[in-house]
Design a protein around this ligand. Structure first.
Ligand SMILES: *[C@@H]1O[C@H](CO)[C@@H](O)[C@H](O)[C@H]1NC(C)=O
Ligand SMILES: *[C@@H]1O[C@H](CO)[C@@H](O)[C@H](O)[C@H]1NC(C)=O
Ligand SMILES: *[C@@H]1O[C@H](CO)[C@@H](O)[C@H](O)[C@H]1NC(C)=O
Ligand SMILES: *[C@@H]1O[C@H](CO)[C@@H](O)[C@H](O)[C@H]1NC(C)=O
Length: 374
């Protein structure tokens, strides 16, 4: 009796093992025939008015790139109760929780995990600055997209088409000005292939340009220059330190990109960044790049007029020493960390031939100062 039971158990166990081996062999053969590789996720982390549209437009030139422009922008309207295409509603309490999840969904092309609120949003609607896949999706499936709350099944089926395009891409590149670098810590430790490009610019140039923009859009003009500089530079300082720490742990996953160096040596730097992303800069890319930086059309596409020194340094002709002195109070510790120079007097400020950054190397190393100022 006991013996019989024992035999039966052995038989069952053997069958199960055989089944597993079989499934494993089939899986191996299948994955050998059609390697189901997911795209490599790349995040371009930066600040508004730091040349990120320009750099983003260069990164998205390659056909194998699935480019996502500001996927967290819609959260600025305070959405924390989010709707999903499967009908579920989730309430997430903090910005960081929501933002992290959304980035993770894009990293792995899980578009059902993108809240429906995203597809209602102006950034998604403003298709010219989006990548071509999202552009095409938006143009081709207007009705299906607008019907997402009433006809979720149709919307899901349509979304699947975009998801397939995402999965087939070689890279998913996400451009974001709403991601503090520390937020990427978890993803960096969990995703072997994640790459982070940190695009930064002289804070004095950023602040001048941001204030001009706020003034034009009649937003927030009551924020004093003091407060503005303090907020921005606290954020940059935090990012710069976190970046340095993470670079220590994941040296090959993080690339610093100084905007000034990038625009001053556009071809060389573009080649370098393409190489970092394992893309080849072709003759066609170069041609487009030249067109992008020299035609009149570019303003419409958020592209700077040209890559000339005048453009990068234009802010210097528009500010006075009192602007510089005020910004210095909150930002001088950031200059030393990122390799920018203190402006000593009006001659240095106005003479564009005098560079305001310490060196002229490629962006290979992050030129942090040696010590953390107190
Ligand atoms: C780089 O791209 C080539 C061609 O697409 C591919 O064969 C190779 O595996 C890629 N290497 C890495 C490290 O992703
Ligand atoms: C950039 O613009 C300036 C003035 O707008 C012009 O003088 C210069 O030739 C332009 N440079 C290029 C490379 O187009
Ligand atoms: C600007 O600086 C350069 C380099 O230091 C110098 O050669 C030039 O004379 C300066 N121009 C003016 C107008 O001061
Ligand atoms: C920067 O480096 C390039 C090539 O290494 C050189 O041609 C150029 O003159 C340098 N510029 C300055 C301002 O030193």
């Amino acid at each position: 009796m006991i013996r019989l039971k024992y035999k039966r158990v052995i038989k069952v166990v053997t069958t199960v093992i055989a089944l597993f081996v079989g499934v494993y062999i089939i899986y191996k053969i299948k994955s050998g025939l059609q390697p189901n590789r997911m795209p490599v996720p790349v995040v371009l982390v930066t600040y508004s008015r730091s040349g990120s549209c320009f750099v983003g437009n260069i990164l998205k030139l390659d056909d194998s790139v699935f480019y996502v422009f500001e996927p967290l922008h819609f959260l600025k309207f305070g959405h924390r109760v989010l709707h999903f295409s499967d009908g579920s509603i989730r309430t997430l309490n903090t910005y960081l929780t929501v933002a992290e999840r959304i980035l993770r969904a894009w990293f792995s092309c899980q578009l059902n995990e993108i809240p429906l609120e995203y597809w209602d949003e102006e950034i998604f609607q403003t298709t010219k600055i989006q990548g071509k896949h999202i552009f095409y999706f938006k143009e081709r499936y207007k009705r299906e997209i607008y019907g997402k709350y009433r006809y979720p099944r149709i919307f899901r089926a349509t979304l699947q088409l975009l998801e397939d395009m995402c999965i087939k891409s070689k890279l998913v590149i996400i451009k974001t000005i709403r991601t503090p670098i520390f937020m990427l810590n978890k993803a960096l430790s969990e995703l072997d292939n994640l790459k982070v490009i940190y695009l930064y610019r002289d804070p004095r140039g950023i602040i001048r340009s941001q204030r001009r923009n706020l003034y034009i859009s009649k937003e927030n003009t009551f924020v004093s220059l003091n407060d503005h500089a303090e907020n921005l530079c606290a954020r940059i300082f935090n990012d710069a330190i976190t970046f340095a720490i993470l670079s220590h742990y994941y040296p090959e996953k993080l690339l610093p990109l100084k905007y000034e160096t990038f625009t001053m040596n556009l071809m060389r730097e573009t080649k370098h960044v393409y190489n970092y992303m394992n893309l080849t800069l072709t003759a066609r890319h170069v041609e487009t790049l030249i067109k992008m930086t020299t035609t009149k059309e570019r303003a419409k596409y958020y592209i700077p007029k040209n890559n000339s020194k005048e453009l990068v340094d234009r802010w210097r002709t528009l500010v006075d020493m009192s602007f510089v002195d005020t910004v210095d109070m909150s930002c001088s510790h950031v200059y030393s960390r990122l390799g920018y120079l203190q402006i000593s007097d009006v001659t240095m400020l106005k003479n564009i031939s005098i560079p305001l950054y310490r060196n002229n190397d490629t962006n290979k190393q992050f030129h942090f100062g040696q010590e953390i100022p107190v």
